[in-house]
Design a protein around this ligand. Structure first.
Ligand code: SF4
Ligand code: SF4
Length: 180
């Protein structure tokens, strides 16, 4: 018979010994294991008071970048949505109107840009596909939510705030880049 694991035990209905019947050795054995953990360094942390240092290549919540003049970089070409293996991105394109040159860098922009964070697998393909360096994954976490609909992030949550710009350069540096 082929065994799937070396830890499996054959179940038997044999009569318990006196030692097994009084349970005390088993209880003390369990307590010994419990007490031994009191003197070990804990592997858990008291989140959110303490936070782990993330890997420099961590890919978290997305940002839709603005250029240095504060204009949205995205031109609604749809390549990120096309590249997304999870079909998590929804885009509706619109044409820039005269007088909106200070809002949108290109003549076409994303009127609606949504990412479903429950579908997203944080693979970074959208970032790779973007020809305008508009969408990036950041080192930020997706916020916990009670309702599924709140995980669909629109432009209100995705577009970069100029006063709180997000540095996405860390993962791009050669040391961590997968590009040769
Ligand atoms: S990170 Fe991957 S799964 Fe998530 S939106 Fe981008 S391409 Fe789709
Ligand atoms: S984020 Fe980039 S790839 Fe996606 S629609 Fe905008 S410009 Fe195109």
């Amino acid at each position: 018979m082929q065994r799937l694991t070396s830890k499996s035990k054959v179940v038997s209905n044999k009569e318990m010994t006196l030692k097994e019947k009084i349970y005390l050795p088993a209880i003390f054995g369990g307590m010994k294991i419990t007490f031994s953990h009191f003197f070990k360094k804990p592997i858990t942390i008291a989140y959110p008071e303490k936070k782990r240092k993330f890997s420099p290549v961590y890919r978290g919540r997305h940002v839709l970048k603005r250029d240095d003049e504060g204009r949205e970089r995205c031109t609604a070409c749809g390549l990120c949505a096309l590249a997304c293996p999870a079909e998590a991105i929804t885009i509706v394109a619109a044409e820039r109107n005269p007088g909106e040159e200070n809002l949108y860098r290109e003549e076409k922009y994303a009127e609606k840009y949504e990412i479903n964070m429950l579908r997203c697998i944080f693979c970074g393909m959208c970032e790779e596909a973007c020809p305008k360096e508009a969408v990036f994954l950041t080192d930020r976490l997706v916020f916990p939510e009670q309702l599924r609909k709140n995980f669909v992030y629109g432009k209100d949550k995705l577009v970069e705030i100029m006063e709180e710009r997000i540095d996405v350069s860390q993962r791009q540096i050669k040391k961590y880049s997968t590009e040769k």
